[in-house]
Design a protein around this ligand. Structure first.
Ligand code: ADP
Length: 162
């Protein structure tokens, strides 16, 4: 049984993330989306809510679950006996950072294998940061986030809520 982790901050989940989740769920028997607390990045949306937004967005994927993480991904993977990490690759600009991360993770846990997936072309320039910026300026970002999560993301990121 092949079980993979898809880690990220998901602040908030976008259609690019969902595209990667759906692809990985086809490849692996089970996929756990790992939501990093990541206080260092000062997320706009609290961890519990980021997790709820993902749960609502992946309700159609029976082999996908969502977990929160405070510590190091690789410690979690080792303890849980999970050997696969999925990451999304957008433009070339993601590549150097992702390569560094993957090789660093392998140095800490040599069984770990990082699998890179590419989203549909229309999501190549989509990021959580872009969604936050559009929302902060009162723009329409509905097409960039999963339908079941949209209203809650809008309420949370509304300009009056800053
Ligand atoms: P992190 O803080 O780990 O970068 P993110 O939530 O920004 O967390 O991203 C998690 C993973 O999803 C990363 O591998 C990132 O490259 C990937 N990702 C983010 N947005 C997209 C997108 N539009 N298409 C494909 N992959 C994406």
């Amino acid at each position: 049984m092949k079980h993979a982790l898809y880690p990220g901050t998901f602040d908030p989940i976008t259609n690019g993330h969902l595209d990667i989740i759906e692809r990985a769920a086809e490849i692996f028997h089970r996929l756990s989306v790992v939501v990093a607390r990541n206080d260092r990045k000062q997320p706009r949306i609290p961890l519990d809510e980021r997790m709820e937004l993902i749960c609502a967005s992946v309700a159609h994927c029976p082999n996908v679950d969502v977990v929160g993480l405070d510590g190091l991904l690789i410690d979690y993977a080792r303890k849980a006996g999970i050997d696969y990490v999925v990451r999304g690759l957008r433009a070339v600009s993601d590549f150097e950072y992702e390569l560094q991360l993957a090789l660093m993770n392998r140095q800490m846990y040599d069984r770990i294998e990082t699998i890179f997936l590419m989203p549909r072309q229309e999501y190549i320039f989509l990021s959580s940061n872009m969604v936050r910026e559009i929302a902060a300026l009162g723009g329409d970002f509905q097409r960039f986030v999963p339908g079941p999560a949209y209203e809650r993301i809008r309420a949370r990121l509304a300009p009056t809520n800053s």
